[in-house]
Design a protein around this ligand. Structure first.
Ligand code: ADP
Ligand code: MG
Length: 292
């Protein structure tokens, strides 16, 4: 269902591509002092691309990509899209059975009789997969360069590291400057690793980073900030963060994100440009002072 769309400041709001659920939302825009930004798909484009595959000794990297791609083909995650696209480009993907998605950790399925897992190292380890030192080293190196690295494993053994990069939106740094002008403290929130999160934060000018947060724990981050007396706005794309959007005092959805996000949020930024989040808050505050 589409929310009752009311355009902030009418003409100007429409021009900026801002949809607001109802007039009661305006009041929250005046009180917010903290803005939590989901990383993937919000601060970054979320359009990840596979940069490389590092295979363990004795593993063929094309085979590792083929099996990982087959499993990821069933997932909507930006990391999965990147891996599946690269694998499909190299050849036909085999069918999978018993696919399962473990939110914020990885995916698993049976491919050609083999149990294949793709995800973060801690996910594989928790599934009793052995990870050779050479792959741990490759993962660490990729992360130090600010890339996201996931591992693929089958038959109980990690076989390769898949290196993925995600571009920061060119408008994100300007958006962060606009938040500061509005007196909002930006916080970067992500399930991704700390090194990647820190690099993205530094590049757009955010000082506070909350990384390696599981999807179900994103809500707790919001309520904890609220417990500290903060009035929290949250911007996300709905991939793993819809509950956090709903818990925030003001939830802003990227219109380029999922329907769940738009459903959960108070405001929708149609074009997925983070600057519109600042403009929406500024315009709402102004609209409110005009009414009063
Ligand atoms: P974010 O908070 O940046 O949107 P997520 O919470 O969605 O990130 O995911 C956190 C981490 O879990 C990813 O960086 C990745 O290591 C792992 N992960 C999640 N889903 C997948 C997947 N489909 N394939 C591989 N790894 C995944
Ligand atoms: Mg996300």
């Amino acid at each position: 269902a589409t929310p009752t769309a009311l355009l902030v400041g009418t003409g100007r709001g429409a021009q900026l591509g801002i949809l607001i659920k109802g007039p009661e939302v305006l009041e929250s825009t005046r009180r917010v002092d903290t803005i939590v930004l989901d990383k993937t798909g919000t601060v970054t484009t979320g359009k990840m691309a596979l940069q490389g595959v590092v295979a363990a000794a004795g593993t063929d990297s094309d085979e590792a990509l083929r099996l990982a791609g087959a499993v990821e083909d069933a997932s909507e995650h930006p990391i999965a899209r990147a891996i599946a696209a690269a694998a499909a480009e190299a050849g036909k993907l085999p069918p999978v059975v018993d696919f399962a998605n473990v939110e914020g950790r990885g995916v698993r399925a049976t491919v050609e009789g083999r149990e294949v897992l793709v995800g973060r190292e801690s996910f594989l380890v928790s599934e009793s997969v052995a990870v050779p030192d050479e792959l741990i080293k490759a993962r660490e190196e990729a992360e130090q360069e600010g890339r996201t690295a996931v591992l693929v494993a089958w038959a109980g053994q990690a076989r390769a590291v898949l290196i993925i990069a995600d571009a920061i939106k060119p408008t994100s740094a300007e958006a962060v400057r606009r938040f500061a002008k509005l007196g909002l403290t930006p916080v970067l929130l992500t399930g991704d690793n700390r090194a990647v999160a820190d690099r993205v934060a530094a590049e757009v000018g955010i000082d506070r980073v909350i990384a390696e947060v599981l999807p179900q724990d994103k809500v707790d981050v919001i309520t904890k900030l609220q417990g500290e007396g903060k009035v929290v706005a949250m911007v996300g794309d709905g991939v793993n963060d819809a509950a956090a959007l709903a818990a925030a005092d003001l939830g802003l959805a990227m219109g380029t994100g999922t329907d769940v996000a738009i459903e959960a949020a108070d405001l929708t930024l149609v074009r997925g440009d983070l600057r519109a989040a600042a403009d929406a808050i500024r315009l709402s505050r102004r609209t409110l002072s005009t009414i009063k």
